[in-house]
Design a protein around this ligand. Structure first.
Ligand code: FES
Length: 193
């Protein structure tokens, strides 16, 4: 006797109902479609997840920097054979004055970012290499090459901005962090060379 033979035989109305269930084409079609949709959904999900992982694997890692920070180059970009002037400054780099309002100052053992904002009423100072001084176009304040004021209404020296070096040697200036002159030796106000 087979397993099929052992099954109790369904009699009467139940037998008809069982046959109806077996033969109901709309129900079978619905189930088939549902299973098919679930299967395709799973395949699509796995496919998208795999594609995302592949892109992430081959993409270079992105380093986020706040919008107030700017890469200005590497230490070797500020090399100079010049002797320090009477204020100890070897180089004043004005390249970022117009766009970002700072100068890079190079001294024998440090690099700093000088904020070009006049300490009188906030105009942007200009660098005059022939005179070796900064001048403010608004009310005539003047500053030595290290930013210390010596003429005009400016009440104090120009400030410094935060400067740092990342793990790849890129020098970063952050214009959102300001160091007044008395803090010019604090960590972050300069890079040791
Ligand atoms: S704003 Fe610079 S001297 Fe007045």
């Amino acid at each position: 006797m087979t397993e099929t033979d052992k099954s109790p035989e369904v009699q009467g109305p139940n037998r008809e109902a069982g046959n109806a269930r077996q033969l109901d084409p709309s129900r079978r079609e619905f189930l088939n479609k549902g299973l098919s949709a679930t299967g395709w959904g799973l395949v699509m999900t796995l496919g998208v997840a795999g594609a995302v992982e592949t892109v992430r694997f081959f993409s270079p890692s992105v380093v986020f920097r706040p919008p107030s920070t700017f890469e200005v180059g590497k230490l070797e970009d500020f090399a100079s054979e010049a002797a320090p002037d009477e204020r100890g400054i070897i180089l004043v780099e004005p390249k970022w004055k117009d766009a970002h309002r700072f100068f890079i100052l190079r001294e024998p053992t440090r690099l700093s970012a000088l904020y070009a904002r006049c300490t009188h009423l906030g105009c942007t100072v200009n660098w005059f290499p022939g005179l070796n001084i900064f001048k403010c176009p608004c009310h005539g304040s003047q500053f030595h090459s290290d930013g210390v004021n010596f003429a005009g209404p400016a009440p104090r020296a120009l400030d410094l901005l935060r400067i740092s070096m990342d793990s790849e040697g890129n020098i970063i200036v952050d214009t959102s962090v300001v160091y007044p002159r008395e803090d010019h030796s604090k960590p972050g106000a300069y890079i040791e060379i």
